[in-house]
Design a protein around this ligand. Structure first.
Ligand code: SF4
Ligand code: SF4
Length: 349
């Protein structure tokens, strides 16, 4: 089993302890944070391990790339702390295990990864995907497994990640466009943190869309829209891709509204901790987030992750805001239709 590359000497000299001080779910001053973090490093009991909602954000908060969240997950697993009910964890582990059944299109050296998310089958339409739409991998053999970070199961990720890399390599893929940014986060953050070699070039779909829009520049009609961007948990594993939101919006005439819960202060969809931490916290996080979108006058809520869409899109509609996935937003700008919709609310969207 690969070991987490965590350098505790970096923490010794770290005065800010941003990983815990910036945490939106714990109210810790630097002294308390330092003390509790030392306990986590030492493998001692700390309330931090129970209180963590698994929002992933401390991966971004650590200025030294020292993987504090991955360490929390390791410690939670060692101590048998369950950040979600056991049946849910077991169901996820069983349902997503690789079984040697490949779901692939006519795979080329450059391919799209749908991860394990059927929503991409609806989203991948039109000119943005000309020349690549058939070159697809999907399913548990290619599933990045990062979701187990939410379930204190680093062991499952470590066990399966080698298999996933090998399965992708076997398809002859040299460049993989990750439509779910959790996959991109896995290949560029999680795998290197565990010393797992990535035998292909991962490309974030934001970069892909940005390049494609430049090719289709003459067909873009600026949308002149104001949008709130919904930052998802896995965006914390690849914050270096956030500038593409601004780049894409700039190309298609969308204003990324400045609001309290964007960028470093973004709020995840909160569904993942609804059961473990109770509905009151999840409802509060979702309400604060959507109220913030209303406050800044958002016309659209732009989603990156289909799981955020599933959790929030209907609530966003009820707040009078149009939910749209980033891929669909780009389609609108080139005169194509939004394809991922809420069926029962489609007319209102
Ligand atoms: S994990 Fe990062 S932010 Fe936290 S104490 Fe260590 S170096 Fe500092
Ligand atoms: S993952 Fe989120 S809730 Fe957990 S310690 Fe890090 S910032 Fe706090």
């Amino acid at each position: 089993m690969p070991e987490l590359k965590f350098d505790k000497t970096k923490c010794t000299g770290c005065k800010a302890v941003s990983c815990l001080v910036k945490c939106q779910y714990m109210n810790l001053d630097r002294n308390k944070a330092k003390k509790e973090w030392q306990k986590v490093i030492n493998g001692e009991d700390s309330f931090v391990l129970e209180a963590c909602t698994t929002c992933y954000a401390c991966e971004e908060y650590c200025p030294f790339g020292n993987h504090p969240f991955y360490l929390i997950v390791e410690r939670q697993e060692e101590k048998g702390i369950l950040p979600a009910p056991r049946p849910i964890i077991t169901m996820w582990i069983n349902q997503c295990q690789p079984v040697g059944r490949f779901m692939v299109g006519k795979v080329e050296e450059r391919a799209l990864s749908y991860c394990f998310m059927p929503q991409f089958n609806t989203l991948v339409k039109g000119k943005l995907f000309d020349g690549i739409a058939w070159s697809v991998i999907f399913g548990q053999e290619f599933f990045c497994n990062a979701v187990y970070l939410h379930y204190a199961r680093a062991s499952v990720i470590k066990d399966r990640l080698f298999k996933v890399m090998d399965n992708i390599k076997k398809q002859g893929i040299k460049e993989l466009v990750c439509l779910h940014d959790e996959c991109y986060g896995t290949f560029t953050s999680l795998a290197p943190a565990y010393g797992v070699e990535v035998p292909f070039k991962p490309i974030h779909y934001f970069q892909y869309l940005n390049d494609k829009l430049k090719e289709l520049k003459s067909e873009i009609k600026p949308l002149n829209a104001k949008a709130a961007y919904q930052r998802n948990c896995s965006a914390r594993l690849c914050p270096q891709t956030d500038h593409y939101v601004d780049d894409i919006f700039g190309l298609i005439g969308v204003e990324r509204l400045k609001r309290e819960y964007d960028k470093e202060n973004g709020l995840c969809c909160a569904e993942v901790f609804r059961m473990a931490k109770g509905p009151a916290l999840a409802d509060d996080v979702q309400k604060r987030n959507i109220d913030d979108m209303i406050k800044v006058g958002a016309e659209y809520c732009v989603f990156n992750c289909p799981a955020c869409w599933d959790s929030l899109a209907e609530k966003v509609v009820k707040a009078g805001i149009k939910p749209i996935h980033m891929i669909d937003l780009c389609k609108l700008a080139i005169g194509e239709e939004q394809t991922l919709k809420l069926p029962e609310l489609a007319l209102e969207v």
